[in-house]
Design a protein around this ligand. Structure first.
Ligand SMILES: [Zn+2]
Length: 125
């Protein structure tokens, strides 16, 4: 049994600017410290920068709820922030929280619920 590797299903984005990688790492640390206790069964997670279709900001890799793996398209997040005039850090945080709620839904064996994920993300970011 091998651990899931996100590069099996998605192309990693090696061109994310250093400042955005640093921002992402700080947000991951903050979420681990302050938000994971709000999610049943989720004790840790990893997030990777990947390439997604236009307009898709993030994904939760289904089945990885024991240690959720999340993919983020930082380029798409930046484009959506330019379009809607929002803060990149806030958009990254909201996207991760949204996907972590899907990890909890997966852990609880519930159907993926977009409204619940959106509400959780906006209430906690
Ligand atoms: Zn979703």
């Amino acid at each position: 049994m091998h651990d899931y590797d996100i590069s099996w299903d998605y192309m990693l984005d090696d061109n994310v600017e250093y400042k955005n990688k640093k921002l992402l790492n700080n947000i991951i640390k903050d979420i681990k410290k302050t938000k994971l206790s709000l999610l049943k069964g989720i004790k840790n997670f990893s997030a990777f920068c990947i390439i997604l279709p236009n307009g898709i900001l993030g994904v939760y890799c289904n089945g990885t709820y024991k240690k959720p793996i999340i993919g983020l398209d930082i380029g798409n997040i930046i484009s959506s922030c330019e379009k809607y005039n929002c803060n990149i850090g806030l958009a990254i945080k909201t996207t991760i929280l949204h996907e972590l709620k899907h990890a909890e839904q997966n852990y609880l064996n519930l159907k993926f619920n977009e409204n619940e994920a959106e509400d959780f993300a906006y209430m906690n970011s």
